[in-house]
Write a protein that binds this ligand. Structure first.
Ligand code: 5GP
Length: 189
């Protein structure tokens, strides 16, 4: 029988590398894949919706979830909490539904320890200059936040080698198909 953990795909990459866009495109084309919605204490960006992009929480609410062991993994990233609720993952894996987690590198490493058969894909930006221009172009971050994300991006790039696969996002469509092909192959192994 197929190992259920092989339905678990973890996608990471520095903020601004376009991983959310790429994963969004993959899901448009392959609607059988479901996404895990994370919890966070950061404020919603314009256009983001509670329960769709994230479950937005206060520090108290998030810490309560940690205490109640409802988080599969969580980290502090640029001073805010981010975490994967258990309820987003386990029921889907039990039902044999492919689920994708878009999370940073520490969380990804923790998931791989818990689910050794999961697949970790690292999405790299074409270059660090391109990354900076994407972060600035987004227009949602203050200069301090951009610096924090650039610093974190440099650190995150060091983890790329620990991933099962690495893809470079110079074309959204191609990158989305590349990731889908990885998942498909993995599920059939
Ligand atoms: P952003 O604020 O740009 O939405 O996310 C910041 C970083 O946190 C991104 O690298 C994103 O992938 C990561 N992230 C989002 N949700 C989670 C989560 O549940 N767990 C972990 N470990 N990282 C997350």
């Amino acid at each position: 029988m197929m190992n259920k953990q092989r339905n678990l795909l973890v996608v990471s990459g520095p903020s601004g590398a376009g991983k959310d866009t790429v994963v969004g495109r993959m899901m448009e084309r392959h609607p059988e894949i479901e996404i895990s919605v994370s919890a966070t204490t950061r404020a919603p960006r314009q256009g983001e919706q509670d329960g769709v992009n994230y479950y937005y929480m206060t520090n108290e609410q998030f810490e309560q979830k940690i205490e109640q062991c409802e988080m599969l993994e969580y980290v502090k990233y640029c001073d805010k909490y981010y975490g994967t609720p258990k309820s987003e993952v386990d029921k889907r894996l039990d039902a044999g539904i492919p689920v994708v987690l878009v999370i940073e590198v520490i969380g990804a490493g923790n998931i791989k320890k818990m689910y050794p058969e999961s697949t970790l894909v690292f999405v790299a930006p074409p270059s660090m200059e391109e990354l900076r221009s994407r972060l600035c172009g987004r227009g949602t971050e203050t200069p301090e936040k951009i610096e924090c994300r650039m610093k974190r991006a440099q650190e995150e790039m060091q983890y790329a080698d620990a991933y099962d696969f690495q893809v470079v996002n110079d074309s959204i469509d191609e990158c989305a198909e590349e990731i889908y092909a990885i998942l498909k192959k993995r599920r059939s192994e």
